[in-house]
Design a protein around this ligand. Structure first.
Ligand SMILES: [Zn+2]
Ligand SMILES: [Zn+2]
Length: 288
């Protein structure tokens, strides 16, 4: 980008920030990608930018989401990255963020002086080093804590993250996985991550303004199953049932794989939850 354009953008961003600091800035959820289980023809895999007060958080960075992020925010403006779990469709683009953080030719500050907080399952540093470093020798020498500050998530944990409150609850998935709750300015957003039916998700989502909930398969398996398999994902109906049990204000359905019909899962969720329900789309912003 030519320097004068960069400068104009910087001035516009400063003006934008100033404007928001003198008004009440609503929490916003911007979908970077919502294709379940991997990227699809119309969307990257899972990733969500949350603007809360002055904070910019990313929840998950699946395949293709770092590119999408750059349409909405300079990645240097991120205050934290949070991972629900470490399946590649939720975390693959962290490897690209490593490169961005370490090798950007014009960083606005020394990234080693301000390591980016990363909240994730405990094995994240090791897993991300393995994903980033291509050879055994490189892996042995790779320590990502030069530019990232890893914080392990746990069930029931509460953290203050850039002026927001971040809560995590263990959910039911084949690996260590968490649902996440972001609270700021009296508003609350809960993200299911990936999970099968789970009372812990209902508890975390209790009374939330928005539940961003996965729905990965239809409830009726069309002969493949009578009841959806437990311990992996939710059906559209189950997402609606969790929203109803938690008494949330609004349900946003996400993580529909390219091989299933989102409208069918949306109809299932609507039948189980009386409140507003929407199927999210990439690059769309939702006010929380
Ligand atoms: Zn997934
Ligand atoms: Zn998963």
């Amino acid at each position: 980008m030519p320097e004068h354009v960069w400068r104009l953008n910087a001035v516009a961003e400063q003006a934008d920030r100033h404007q928001w600091t003198v008004s009440v800035r609503p929490m916003r959820l911007i979908v970077l990608g919502c294709s379940g289980s991997g990227p699809g023809p119309d969307s990257p895999a899972s990733g969500y930018l949350v603007q809360a007060g002055d904070a910019h958080l990313v929840l998950d960075l699946g395949n293709g989401t770092l590119g999408a992020l750059q349409r909405h925010l300079d990645p240097w403006e991120l205050d934290a990255v949070v991972f629900s779990h470490l399946h590649p469709d939720h975390s693959a683009d962290f490897a690209s963020l490593v490169v961005h953080r370490r090798y950007h030719p014009r960083p606005p500050f020394d990234p080693a002086s301000r390591p980016l907080p990363v909240y994730a399952p405990a094995e994240a540093p090791e897993r991300f080093a393995a994903a980033y470093a291509a050879s055994a020798a490189e892996r042995a020498a790779t320590d990502l804590t030069d530019v990232f500050a890893f914080q392990p998530l746990s069930d029931g944990a509460v953290a203050e993250v850039a002026g927001t409150v971040l809560r995590s609850a263990a959910v039911d998935h084949p690996c260590e996985a968490y649902a996440l709750r972001v609270e700021q300015g009296g508003r609350s957003l809960v993200y299911s991550g990936d999970t099968g039916p789970c009372p812990g998700l209902v508890e975390l989502a209790r009374g939330a303004d928005v539940l961003l909930c996965e729905a990965t398969w239809p409830h009726d398996g069309g002969g493949a199953w009578d009841e959806p398999p437990p311990g992996v994902h939710l059906s559209g109906r189950q997402a609606g049932e969790h929203a109803a049990a938690a008494g949330v204000g609004r349900l946003l359905i996400t993580h529909v794989p390219a091989w299933f019909d989102g409208e069918q899962l949306l109809a299932e969720a609507k039948a189980a939850f009386d409140g507003p329900v929407e199927l999210v789309a990439p690059d769309v912003a939702y006010t929380v």
